[in-house]
Design a protein around this ligand. Sequence first.
Ligand SMILES: NC(=O)c1ccc[n+]([C@@H]2O[C@H](COP(=O)([O-])OP(=O)(O)OC[C@H]3O[C@@H](n4cnc5c(N)ncnc54)[C@H](OP(=O)(O)O)[C@@H]3O)[C@@H](O)[C@H]2O)c1
Length: 226
Amino acid sequence: MRIGVIGAGQVGAALARLFVEAGHQVGIANSRGPETLRWLVDELGELLHPVAAQEAAGYGDLVVVAVPVGRYDELPTGGVPGRTVIDTGNYYPQRDGHLPALDADRTTSSELLQARLPDARVVKAFNAIRAHHLVEYGRQSSAMWRYGIPVSGDDPTAKRRVFDLVEQVGFEPVDAGGLADGGRRHQPGSPVYGVDLPGDELAARLARPVRAAPAGRWPDGSPPPS
Ligand SMILES: NC(=O)c1ccc[n+]([C@@H]2O[C@H](COP(=O)([O-])OP(=O)(O)OC[C@H]3O[C@@H](n4cnc5c(N)ncnc54)[C@H](OP(=O)(O)O)[C@@H]3O)[C@@H](O)[C@H]2O)c1
């Protein structure tokens, strides 16, 4: 499969690594241009293709957004109509700048992304786990032991595709519901955020009531990602 990845930082590079290891072609972009991503080709090999953001948006009918939420309004709006877009984002006002609708919990960052990309089918996934754990645990997994990844979205077909991808890279997808309610269940401040658990335990935590989610720190008190 061909997968576009917009953002080549901690999460974008970690996911690109997992996708390449699963045999997929990856078109990946950052903000500074493909020539700055040769190092990643050196690491991951010929399945990794540095491209411009516009090209990553149309590289395949599955695209991952791995840029800070505060940069969503820079994302290319074109791309394959009806494509599945995976949102890995978490809102941190200290990094992203204050977005009043998110501060007031009137919406979620994934719904903001869906509004920016109306012809896409946004699914939130891979946001609640640290980037280096993605690589570490994806590699370590076996059919007997897999960490859970919460997945939320409104389109069942897109969600199914993301479930399949999550499984391919060594995790257990756990259905968190739709983009609005489900997205809140695995955003910063939620009971599952930054907590690495097998799928059944993650599902039990996802069922807990969600408090309003102040963007904060990881549950262990460490600072938020960059
Ligand atoms: N870090 C984690 O452990 C973690 C875990 C789960 C989810 N997340 C979430 O995932 C998102 C990305 O986090 P990160 O830690 O990967 O951030 P990061 O390391 O700072 O990387 C951000 C990437 O986005 C690129 N970018 C920014 N604006 C862009 C644009 N307009 N077009 C194309 N690329 C653009 C940057 O390009 P340049 O390099 O050229 O600046 C960089 O490659 C955030 O919402 C974060 O909260 C992070």
